[in-house]
Design a protein around this ligand. Structure first.
Ligand SMILES: Nc1ncnc2c1ncn2[C@@H]1O[C@H](COP(=O)(O)OP(=O)(O)OP(=O)(O)O)[C@@H](O)[C@H]1O
Ligand SMILES: [Mg+2]
Length: 362
């Protein structure tokens, strides 16, 4: 799949923007704070309804305006789709596909698929488990509608259970309500767990080869899904921890407390004992695996958005990354073109981004 064009009106620092992308490699270059990431954000938003930065619609709308418009044209298996998005200050966004308004944002599901890669992704192994859970959730939520719905139900119930735990002390009659939440938590949580286990085994099939090649045959890695429930079922673990949860006023076990472990063949836990370089290489392998995983699941190529990532990588890793993406549409931001000059990598379209304006530069 490819993005043909993007039009923006009153979006962040853009009054107007009208960009036509090449189906292969596109570069957006320019100084800091000129609007490069804003373009990637707009693309990601038009496919997922959310900013990758987690910004609220009202803050995306250009300062001093009440509305913002995005129009994206996607080509998929020979057909074109136009996605229109209308962000408003004080009400939910309006979305239309081929000019027909959709009622629920979830109807946009599956139309277009992005893989967003930013420098923070290179820290995913070094930092805490929340980022690794977020990786699974963002990925599966784009790929699997049922997962998305189970996860949002699970999160809703966890919040309700936690607020009940805050009130329950000394109020025995609330125990019955806790039983009811727990039944639902087990139902949704078990489905979330099962899909995540499956996801990790799907990624494992891909990452071992990528990582082996990326490290020049020096290292093999394997992922395991680390469960806070240990060997128990979610139901058993919730029962076992109930006293403690009441004491601590929060839910201590379940998918919201799980993690992904990255282990070398020699049994080294890269999260804890890996060197900085080892952790970043494993993170790059994970991201490259994500692209391949999406390809396998949707039977099409996703669009890759690379936000300032190349400058974070050494030559060897840059080459590896650029070589692995020649068959998918890629939109790359960078501050200078130097990174590409010495590279045999071919660039199809270059835009110079300056003060909320994009000028074609090749
Ligand atoms: N709602 C908004 N209205 C107007 N301008 C905005 C809004 N939100 C952000 N901006 C402006 O957009 C600019 C940042 O754009 P962006 O993040 O795309 O920069 P960038 O080119 O990616 O820079 P860098 O190279 O530092 O990452 C900032 O100057 C900011 O002031
Ligand atoms: Mg940026």
């Amino acid at each position: 799949m490819v993005i043909k064009s993007l039009k923006l009106k009153n979006y962040r620092n853009y009054d107007f923007l009208d960009l036509k992308f090449d189906p292969k490699t596109n570069i957006l270059y320019g100084d800091n704070a000129q609007g490069k990431t804003n373009i990637l954000e707009a693309l990601y938003l038009s496919g997922t309804t959310k900013s990758h930065r987690g910004t609220k619609d009202r803050d995306i709308i250009q300062f001093g305006h009440d509305e913002s418009h995005l129009e994206t044209v996607v080509e998929k298996k020979g057909s074109c789709f136009q996605i229109d998005m209308h962000l408003k200050k004080n009400s939910p966004k309006g979305i239309a596909i081929d000019r027909i308004p959709i009622r629920r944002a979830s109807e946009l599901f599956g139309i277009v698929h992005f893989v967003f890669f930013s420098p923070e992704d290179l820290n995913i192994i070094k930092e805490g488990p929340a980022g690794r859970r977020r990786f699974i959730d963002l990925e599966l939520s784009q790929l699997d509608k049922i997962y998305l719905s189970n996860l949002s139900n699970y999160n809703r119930i966890i919040n309700q259970r936690n607020s009940l735990l805050k009130d329950i002390y000394g109020q025995a009659h609330l125990m019955e309500t806790l039983d009811i939440w727990d039944m639902q938590l087990v139902a949704y949580g078990t489905k979330v767990l099962e899909r995540r286990r499956e996801f990790i085994s799907e990624v494992n099939e891909i990452i071992s080869e990528i990582h082996y090649k990326l490290t020049g045959g020096k290292e093999k890695i394997m992922l395991t899904y680390e469960e806070s429930i240990g060997n128990l079922t979610l139901e058993q673990a919730l029962k076992k921890n109930r006293e403690r949860d009441i004491r601590l006023k929060s839910t201590s076990v379940g998918p919201h407390r799980d993690d992904i472990c990255f282990m070398t063949e020699g049994g080294l836990d890269i999260r804890k004992f890996g060197s900085q370089g080892q952790q970043r290489t494993a993170a790059l392998s994970l991201k490259l695996s994500e692209i391949e995983h999406v390809k396998r699941l949707i039977g099409d190529t996703p669009i890759l958005l690379l936000d300032d990532v190349l400058s974070e990588l050494d030559k060897h890793r840059q080459n590896y990354l650029l070589d692995s993406i020649h068959d998918i549409q890629t939109i790359i931001t960078c501050t200078g073109l130097d990174e590409f000059v010495n590279h045999r990598f071919s660039i199809n379209k270059i835009f110079h981004i300056r003060n909320g304006q994009a000028v074609k530069a090749n």
